[in-house]
Write a protein that binds this ligand. Structure first.
Ligand SMILES: Cc1cc2nc3c(=O)[nH]c(=O)nc-3n(C[C@H](O)[C@H](O)[C@H](O)COP(=O)(O)O)c2cc1C
Length: 179
C-alpha cells in the first residue's frame, strides 16, 4: 500500500513540516511505502477550477494528480491557522477534489505552537474529508508545542510524543488496511 503525506504549511520557517517528516520516518519503520507531497515544494497555482474542468491545466497539476492516483491512502498534515487549516492545503484539496480523494482513507495530523495542538483545524479537516466522500481516520495526531516534540528533521525529542506518534501510525495502518 502506498501512502502520501501531504505537508500543508508553506510558511517560511515553518515548524509543522516536522510532523510530516516524523510520520514519514515512522511509517517507513512500520514497513509502509510512503512519500511526502510538500506543498511548499510543489507550489500549486491558486484555485480557478477543479482539475478535470481546466482546458489547459498546468503540468504541475497533472503531475501531482498522477502521484495521487498511485496512492491508496493519505495523511493530511496542517498547522492551525485562525482556527482552521492552511489556505495552501484547502487549495490543494479543492483543485483535486472527489476525483482524487473519494473512497480513500485519510488521516489527520495537526500542529501548533500552543498547547491545543491545532484541534480546531483537525476537526475541520475531518469534516472536509467527509465532504470529499473519503474516509477520515477516527484517531487524529495533535502535535501541541510542536518544537518541543520534534526536531527540524522530524526526529522525536520528547519521549511522551513518541508513544502518541506510534499509536497514531499503528492505528492508521490498521485503518487503511481495511480498504
Ligand atoms: C497565520 C497564522 C495563524 C495562526 N492561528 C493559530 C490558531 O488559530 N491556533 C493556534 O493554536 N495557533 C495558531 N497559530 C500559531 C501556529 O500554531 C504556529 O505558528 C505554528 O508553528 C504554525 O505552523 P507552521 O510553523 O508550520 O506555519 C497561527 C500562526 C499563523 C502564522
Amino acid at each position: 500500500m502506498h501512502i502520501s503525506i501531504i505537508s500543508g504549511s508553506t510558511r517560511t520557517g515553518r515548524t509543522s513540516h516536522r510532523v510530516a517528516l516524523a510520520l514519514n520516518i515512522a511509517l517507513q519503520q512500520h514497513g509502509a511505502a510512503c512519500t511526502i507531497i510538500d506543498l511548499q515544494e510543489v507550489q500549486l497555482p491558486p484555485f480557478t477550477e477543479r482539475l478535470q474542468f481546466l482546458e489547459n491545466p498546468p503540468a504541475i497539476l497533472q503531475q501531482t494528480a498522477d502521484r495521487l492516483r498511485q496512492t491508496k491512502a493519505l495523511i493530511f498534515v496542517t498547522p492551525e491557522y485562525n482556527g482552521g487549516i492552511t489556505g495552501a492545503l484547502k487549495n490543494f484539496i479543492d483543485v483535486f477534489g472527489k476525483a482524487e480523494f473519494a473512497g480513500k482513507p485519510i488521516g489527520v495530523a495537526t500542529a501548533s505552537a500552543g498547547i491545543m495542538g491545532g484541534v480546531r483545524a483537525a476537526y475541520q479537516l475531518q469534516q472536509t474529508i467527509l465532504a470529499l466522500q473519503a474516509y477520515p481516520q477516527p484517531q487524529m495526531l495533535l502535535a501541541a508545542e510542536v518544537t518541543k516534540q520534534l526536531d527540524e528533521t522530524g526526529v522525536v525529542i520528547n519521549p511522551a510524543f513518541s508513544a502518541k506518534l506510534d499509536m497514531f501510525v499503528n492505528s492508521f495502518i490498521t485503518f487503511a488496511g481495511k480498504f
